[in-house]
Design a protein around this ligand. Structure first.
Ligand code: SF4
Length: 705
């Protein structure tokens, strides 16, 4: 585990947070005082993705390993509404097993739900899916990645027949001619990635950023387009219209490698630039400039993040951006293409191994007979006994405690009380459960509601693989022992399986699980069959698909053919439609939500790190000076943001960086300033992604509401 350049005492591993999965080394801290981190982070310049660079989240990650901020013993609640008290592992696991048995006997297997997370390692995601299908026999397992990248995944698969966030390595980015970043703010979410965009510009390439806010990423762009939230689809169609009108379509590529162009052309031609300006608020002159830059570049890329994806039309929106790439010949060749900047640490691997409601390991459909037979053979079970597709994340949460919904829920690596849309409603549903079990590092807001809380090991205390946003499978290494009283999820799944009558197939050793995962994935889209821990350590990660040990891995997909039956990419040919909720007289503003540099996702971890908390201590409402003046709101004054679902209170942050018809709130905090009290759970019909990125709100001065 010690890389070239590291010392014998150092462990080469990766950051526990975002999808960049930066390489780092951990060095033991001699005689660390009680309450201090037992390891410190040092640079790992040999890892090519970040070359030693880290953001403050990564550098401060060891703080969570210290006692005092984390859970170190199981907790149980003896009666509804009573306090949580410390318990031994046997008592806690017996409670879980007994509760599961009771619910299953009363209401059936599907009444036991599982809610996983995009931060879990590949091995944990795999075992969680297997546990749900084989031990619990439930269809109802899904995970918080449904809230993250599912629209991009669905669009990717629809167009190319396969979904890998980036079908090319990040190292290709500096060599493209024009890059459009849509709804992505890596300056705050993954700062070490900025160097790729900087190098692109140094090489003479052009960076266009599409975002309703002038973010720190947008400040670095050659051109910033600032559309109304919820109108990215129309914007893409407007650019496609201009590309077609200006004769910039790559006819040869379209004829040789795509299908469905004529319909896409017809849809785009109906989106005249002045119509697109009316919908998006982006002036025609800027649309022309962007279309010219992208259409005339020798190669181009479009990268999306949550901005265009978290919508009730997220799949179609991403599809429209892919259509722009296809029309200009920017797919399936080097330094060109569409990609998604996945958010969570294992956002890519988390969607490949079976914790998604509709999928089995290898990124296979659970409804596919051949896939069921293959995976059932690896698991040693009858394929006909495997459940079918279950409910998507929000539908699972929305149904909790209802007659046809889950009555028991096991949550691992997720904090839906803060991160789910319409969060007050979701919290109320969680309270209706007969049994809520939460496995977490810390007493998150969701864990506080649980009947049983299981304290689990962290990144630096366990081995395991993740798959970064490039599709590069990498290895996290155990650098230290966990505190007494803390156990790994793999171990606890095995213990629960045994208590529920399944004695084999759930080892606690991650590498053993990975060896089975390799076999289960063989022949699937995300084929890991040729990847081993030894190879990953020796090669700085291996890109899937990698079907056998002699295969070099696949950094670039689709160079010869796309993964569709006829080998051609498919135009989506989609049309603009309004968001699930548009501003009106009562709620006249758009709300959009997102992240800030010093916090991560629901904040369960980063809010416990002193230096991160000092940098970003609480929520705020960003609003334009004109709007502030109209409302009579001063910078720093507390305001209430009100939607049809709830109300959130936070200080105003007056900034000309945002559109005057839009307010922004970061979503990392619980309580009165919880942004997700406001968000709209309108779902995308394909991906089942909720509409986090826009809903209608009004802003009220506190005291005059
Ligand atoms: Fe960790 Fe992401 Fe920061 Fe890298 S960019 S150090 S992976 S949080």
């Amino acid at each position: 585990a010690t890389p070239a350049g590291g010392t014998a005492a150092e462990t080469a591993t990766h950051c526990p947070y975002c999808a960049l999965q930066c390489g780092m080394r951990l060095r033991p801290v001699e005689a660390a005082s009680a309450g201090a981190a037992p390891v410190e982070v040092t640079e790992r310049p040999d890892f090519p993705v970040n070359r030693g660079a880290l953001c403050g989240k990564g550098r401060s990650a060891p703080a969570l390993l210290a006692r005092g901020v984390r859970l170190t013993e199981p907790l149980v609640r003896d009666r509804p509404g009573g306090p949580l008290r410390a318990a031994g592992w046997d008592e806690a696991l017996d409670r879980v097993a007994a509760g599961v048995r009771t619910v299953r006997e009363r209401y059936g297997a599907d009444a036991v739900g599982v809610f996983g997370g995009g931060g879990l390692t590949n091995e944990k995601a795999y075992q969680l899916g297997k546990f749900a299908r084989v031990v619990l026999g439930t269809a109802n397992i899904d995970y918080n990645g449904r809230f993250c990248m599912s629209s991009a995944a669905a669009a990717h698969r629809r167009a190319f027949g396969l979904d890998r966030g980036l079908p090319f390595p990040l190292a290709d980015v500096p060599h493209t001619g024009c890059l459009i970043l849509v709804g992505a703010n890596p300056a705050d979410t993954m700062p070490p990635a900025l160097r790729y965009f900087r190098e692109l510009r140094e090489n003479g390439g052009t960076l266009i950023v599409v975002d309703p806010r002038r973010t720190r990423t947008a400040e670095q762009a050659d051109l910033h387009l600032q559309p109304r939230p919820g109108t990215d689809l129309a914007l893409a169609l407007g650019l496609l219209h201009l590309v077609i009108a200006d004769g910039l379509v790559d006819e040869e590529f379209v004829a040789a490698r795509t299908t469905g162009y004529d319909r896409a052309r017809a849809v785009a031609m109906a989106h005249w630039p002045d119509r697109v300006e009316r919908i998006t608020g982006v002036p025609v002159s800027r649309l022309r400039e962007a279309a010219g830059l992208f259409g005339r570049a020798a190669t181009g890329m479009v990268l999306t993040a949550r901005g265009p994806e978290q919508h009730s039309k997220g799949t179609d929106t991403v599809g429209a951006w892919i259509d722009l790439c296809l029309a200009t010949g920017n797919a399936g060749r080097p330094y060109a293409g569409y990609g998604c900047l996945t958010g969570q640490g294992n956002g890519q691997g988390g969607r490949e191994h079976g914790q998604k409601a509709d999928q089995l390991p290898g990124y296979r459909s659970i409804e596919d007979q051949a896939a069921r037979a293959h995976v059932a053979a690896v698991w040693g079970v009858d394929p006909d006994a495997l459940p079918r597709a279950g409910r998507s994340a929000y539908e699972l949460l929305d149904g909790l405690g209802r007659p046809d919904g889950a009555r028991a829920l096991l949550v691992a690596g997720s904090n839906p009380v803060v991160s789910a849309p319409n969060a007050a409603h979701v919290t109320a549903r969680l309270r209706e459960l007969d049994l809520l079990v939460v496995a977490d590092l810390v007493l998150s807001e969701t864990a506080r509601l649980a009947d049983v809380v299981l304290p689990v090991t962290q990144w630096a205390e366990e081995d395991g693989t993740t798959t970064n946003l490039e599709g590069r499978v990498i290895l996290r290494r155990r650098a230290l022992d966990p505190p007494e009283g803390v156990r790994g999820e793999l171990w606890l799944l095995g213990e629960l399986a045994r208590r529920l009558g399944v004695d084999r197939g759930f080892p606690a050793d991650a590498e053993q699980v990975f060896e089975e995962l390799r076999r289960a994935s063989a022949g699937g889209d995300a084929d890991y069959a040729g990847i081993s821990y030894r190879r990953i350590a020796a090669e700085h990660g291996v890109f899937w698909p990698c079907p056998d040990p002699a295969h070099p891995g696949t950094p670039r997909l689709f160079l010869e053919r796309f993964a569709t039956p006829d080998g051609r990419a498919r135009f989506a040919a989609v049309t603009h439609r309004p968001a699930g909720e548009e501003p009106d007289r009562e709620y006249p503003l758009h709300l959009t939500t997102g992240r800030v540099l010093a916090q991560y996702q629901s904040g369960a971890q980063t809010r416990r790190v002193a230096e991160l908390n000092a940098a970003a201590p609480g929520p705020f409402v960003e609003l334009h000076p004109r709007l502030a003046e109209r409302l009579g709101v001063a910078d720093g004054e507390p305001v209430a943001v009100v939607s049809r679902r709830g109300r959130a209170v936070a200080p105003a942050r007056v900034s000309a960086a945002i559109r005057a018809d839009t307010v922004f709130m970061p979503f990392h905090w619980p309580g009165a300033g919880r942004a997700n009290s406001l968000t709209n759970p309108a779902l995308d019909p394909v991906s089942r992604m909720p509409e986090f990125k826009t809903c209608a709100v009004r802003v009220e001065r506190i005291g005059i509401a």
